[in-house]
Design a protein around this ligand. Structure first.
Ligand code: SF4
Length: 608
């Protein structure tokens, strides 16, 4: 079933719903045993820029008896039409309604997409609550970074995949095949998958709370449920995806992408990705080079992004870039290097690219003062930041974008004042070196404490505190006429609530969605009043989750998810933050015994 043309003419960007893109895979529906809907709870342009989706699409479709098709959250105009016409949400490839699939797998990478998950299920005419779905409904699963604290979404998801999907999916598919052949019940499947490492089935656990409302424990309710769920980790990156679907409309990252490394060992204390993707796994240069050639041949891209949490931490990045340019000159290839470290070697690296445009360079010092950078373990000296800016101006850039965070633990007004002083120095440097007025954009985000990080116990800053800091920046940055931007506080507050929430938040998410909240990550749709009403209806307080400092021995609702990093290490790192003490990068210095040495062979070799 395709969406009728007369309906598609009425919506913005109909190509979001047509499918048929280059490299998309349409298998014979009737002859394929397992049907898997890869679901992304945001619009097409965002979902098609996600790195995990092509990996899973490729992996699943490589199995002869499995078909994987994509579905994205329909924008509000399309949603209105689907509801008015009673048309169920369908996949892009075969246009089958989602309710005809065996498995619907959501990618959860941002907490503010949670209501879209509920909305997509409802549009698919599938019960939103897991307990209301029976053997006739698809199994609804989820993976992605948010599942490292799965509890807020536990009411809606049958089971979660924790860690690298490439590692878990083959075992999961074996289990599913076996179950489907036997035509057993959904309950039997849940019991079976609970045996697979990295699978968390929330309905198989008891949750208890203390009399004062604090979370108490999550314990197995059946023998098959494990007390802790270990994150799955691929020890070696599987071959890169070289035949991804090529969108027909512009998407956020409109280029080819190759993951050159996964994980980061720098240990910034605010950064969840730096913890939950450990250890670092690099793709060999030969594989990157071959992969780029294949992507060019299969997709026609002439812009390729070398994806990593910190691109220039890749061993021999200069050599890799030089080799790529040497191998593919005839394609006039443009390379994108996202996530560059703040140092002058980054500038040299970008300047070495043949067709780099001088539109702007972006760096993230994160904090204005050396003291605070030391505390968050982003130990870049002011001297290094100024050298980086000087190198950029010397190479012809006149526009710099700098990212900072406000509301970091131990931050004072003096630290914020030092952002102003730092920008002043960069501005003066630019004027002196180029004779022109440099364009400096200062982007400030609000610190959100995340689970499984050394700051998982801290309170999020109050709005009044942050307003005063924003005012200081506004005044202070006038002299340099820097452009200053920051997000809506309540968006960060809701992110803080949902990221460190417990299972009771399922009621809040459900109420907020019933009140009409969807696309919460989009400014024009974010409705905090809905959320306040939803909290009131559930008898809960957002501040309890976001603004309350936890004691170090308080039970945490995500503690049963073992990402591999020990609580002792996180506590030690928290203390080091308070002491302003650096923890060195474990790739260049000694192993810091973060806990992964228990599991990972490459870490065991380095463990003292
Ligand atoms: S165990 Fe050691 S080497 Fe491995 S990620 Fe942790 S600190 Fe680094």
């Amino acid at each position: 079933m395709t969406y009728p043309d007369n309906l598609l003419y009425q919506v913005t960007k109909p190509a979001r719903y047509t499918g048929g893109e280059w490299n998309s895979i349409v298998k014979d529906w009737d002859k394929t045993f397992i049907k898997f809907a890869l679901s992304y709870p945001d619009v097409y342009e965002i979902g098609m820029s996600n790195m995990a989706l092509p990996i899973l699409y490729d992996l699943l479709n490589s199995q002869p008896d499995v078909l994987a098709e994509r579905v994205f959250a329909p924008w509000v105009d399309m949603e209105a039409i689907l509801r008015a016409e009673g048309i169920p949400l369908a996949s892009l490839e075969s246009k089958h309604p989602l309710k005809d699939f065996d498995i619907i797998g959501f990618s959860l990478g941002y907490e503010l997409t949670y209501t879209n998950v509920l909305n997509m299920l409802h549009l698919a005419q599938i019960p939103v609550l897991a307990k209301e779905r029976d053997d006739s409904h698809p199994i609804v699963i989820a993976g992605g970074t948010c599942t490292l604290n799965p509890e807020p979404m536990a009411d809606f998801i049958d089971f979660f995949v924790i860690g690298d999907g490439e590692e878990v999916l083959p075992e999961l598919l074996d289990c599913f095949r076996d179950w489907k052949v036997k035509s057993a019940s959904k309950q039997q499947l849940l019991q079976q998958v609970a045996n697979i490492n990295g699978i968390y089935v929330p309905s198989l656990y008891h949750v208890e709370y203390q009399a004062d409302g604090l979370f108490k424990s999550i314990t197995p309710a059946v023998p098959t449920a494990k007390p802790t769920i270990q994150r799955r980790i691929v020890s070696q990156l599987p071959p890169p995806v070289t035949k991804p679907v090529v969108p027909y409309i512009e998407v956020v990252h409109d280029r080819g992408a190759i993951e050159i490394q996964r994980g980061c060992s720098r240990g910034c204390r605010f950064c969840q990705a730096g913890i939950i993707y450990r250890p670092v796994r690099e793709r060999p240069q030969s594989e990157v080079l071959q992969g780029i050639g294949d992507i060019i041949a299969n997709c026609g891209y002439n812009n390729i992004s070398l994806v990593s949490l910190c691109t220039n931490d890749y061993t021999g990045i200069d050599k890799l870039v030089a080799n790529i340019i040497h191998h593919y000159p005839e394609h006039s290839l443009t390379l994108s290097l996202p996530s560059l470290r703040t140092d002058s070697s980054s500038v040299r690296l970008v300047a070495s690219l043949p067709s780099h445009r001088k539109t702007g360079l972006t760096f993230a010092p994160e904090a204005g003062s050396q003291r605070l950078r030391q505390s968050i373990n982003k130990c870049i000296s002011e001297d290094e930041i100024l050298k980086t800016a000087a190198a950029a101006f010397a190479k012809g850039w006149n526009s710099l974008k700098l990212y900072f965070m406000l509301g970091l633990p131990t931050e004072t007004m003096d630290d914020v004042q030092e952002i102003v002083q730092l920008i002043d120095k960069i501005y003066s440097l630019g004027r002196k070196d180029t004779g022109r007025r440099p364009q400096i954009r200062v982007s400030v985000s609000t610190f959100v404490p995340k689970p499984h990080t050394p700051f998982q116990w801290v309170a999020q800053a109050n709005q009044s505190e942050l307003d005063a800091k924003h005012d200081l920046l506004k005044q202070g940055l006038r002299r340099t006429r820097s452009h200053l931007s920051w997000p809506e506080y309540k968006v960060s507050l809701l992110e803080a609530v949902l990221s460190r929430g417990d299972r009771r938040l399922g009621r809040v998410i459900y109420h907020a969605w019933q009140l009409g909240s969807t696309f919460d990550a989009w400014d024009e749709h974010f409705n905090y009043e809905n959320w306040l009403r939803a909290f009131a209806e559930a008898g809960l307080e957002p501040d309890f989750y976001a603004k309350r400092e936890r004691s170090l021995d308080e039970p945490l609702p995500w503690a049963h998810i073992d990402v591999g990093i020990s609580t002792e290490f996180l506590k030690q790192e928290y203390q080091h933050a308070l002491d302003g003490r650096e923890t060195p990068d474990c790739r260049t210095e000694i192993c810091n015994a973060c806990g992964l040495e228990r599991w990972q062979p490459q870490c065991q070799q380095r463990y003292p």
